[in-house]
Design a protein around this ligand. Structure first.
Ligand SMILES: [Zn+2]
Length: 321
């Protein structure tokens, strides 16, 4: 399974346009520290030689780079596609390898990029029911985009479909959702009971090899189901928004702790690092906020992470499983 990390920053990116905090100032002074909004791309039809129908279809299109799905679509998506050779259009004049979108939640920094894809004839969007409803009923994305493109909604349902669903037509990659938080976006005001599927961790599994990746850019709660998914995965890319629980309060960006904001911190007694330290999978942190000391490559926290056998994901990283 082939994956590309398109971005690794939390909402606002690094640097954030209206912020002069040390993290953002550092990224302005040292462009290699810049991070785009957290996102991932997965190739859904590697090894599709077994699927003759698909092969014929691809041949007709003259396209041999596979079909790619974007996991969350950020305000940076135009630049992220240009920076990733596999996602650039061609060889036909309006031929894109981007086939669809998978959403792990309905947060603005994970969904605003959908409007930028409106030049497509149409594309799939895989999302849980509350996420789809927030985008259709609150953001009015369906009404807005309907004159431009066709959104083909596919439901991600951890309850009704605990078994993995095939992604795309070739079925070489399967997806499954693990609920990790009932936290809804601020624009989606409370209109009904809290849904456990507002935020999910996404499991991507290659059918032929069984190799899998667990992607959880926002993790509010470490459940038994999530623990099981971590143990099964070959690679885990996890919420690294905040280094410790008091960081948002200390940095004066919120009155809430990291956990209160729906992001388990990396370090400390309720941190995710101690849970990940013993697992078999390769583990990388993503979705770094500009207040996180890890945005400075010289910060001593990097050495600590290394000692625990954990990594920080980088923009444009290639992951092959
Ligand atoms: Zn900042």
């Amino acid at each position: 399974m082939l994956l590309r990390v398109l971005g690794t920053a939390a909402g606002g990116g690094l640097p954030q346009w209206n912020c002069a905090c040390p993290g953002c100032a550092g990224a302005r002074a040292h462009p290699h520290r810049r991070r785009r909004h957290a996102s991932l791309a997965v190739c859904a039809d590697q090894g599709r030689a077994a699927h003759d129908q698909d092969r014929a279809y691809d041949k007709r299109l003259g396209h041999d780079r596979g079909r790619w799905y974007l996991v969350n679509v950020t305000p940076d998506i135009g630049d992220q596609i240009e920076e990733t050779p596999e996602l650039r259009p061609g060889p036909g004049p309006r031929q894109s390898p981007v086939a669809g979108v998978i959403l792990t939640d309905a947060e603005l920094d994970h969904t605003l990029g959908i409007a930028r894809l409106r030049e497509a004839d149409g594309f799939e969007i895989h999302a849980t029911a509350p996420v789809r409803e927030a985008l259709l009923d609150r953001l009015r994305l369906g009404d807005t985009l309907d004159p431009y493109t066709h959104l083909e909604w596919r439901e991600l349902s951890p309850e009704a479909q605990p078994r993995p669903q095939p992604l795309g037509t070739s079925g070489t990659v399967e997806i499954a959702a693990v609920p990790v938080s009932a936290k809804r976006p601020r624009y989606a005001v409370a209109t009904g009971p809290d849904e456990p599927t507002w935020v999910i961790a996404l499991r991507l599994r290659e059918a032929a090899t069984g190799r899998s990746l667990l992607y959880a850019p926002a993790l509010g709660h470490w459940s038994d189901d999530f623990q099981e998914a971590v143990e099964e995965a070959d690679c885990v890319i996890l919420d690294g928004t905040f280094w410790d629980d008091d960081e948002p309060v200390r940095a004066k960006i919120s009155a809430k702790t990291a956990t209160g904001m729906g992001h388990l911190p990396i370090a400390g007694p309720n941190g995710t690092a101690r849970r990940l330290a013993g697992v078999r999978a390769r583990c990388l942190y993503t979705h770094l906020n500009n207040t996180n000391p890890l945005v400075d490559p010289g910060a001593p926290q990097h050495e600590l992470l290394g000692r625990w056998g954990l990594e920080v994901a980088a923009d444009r990283m290639v992951i092959e499983l």
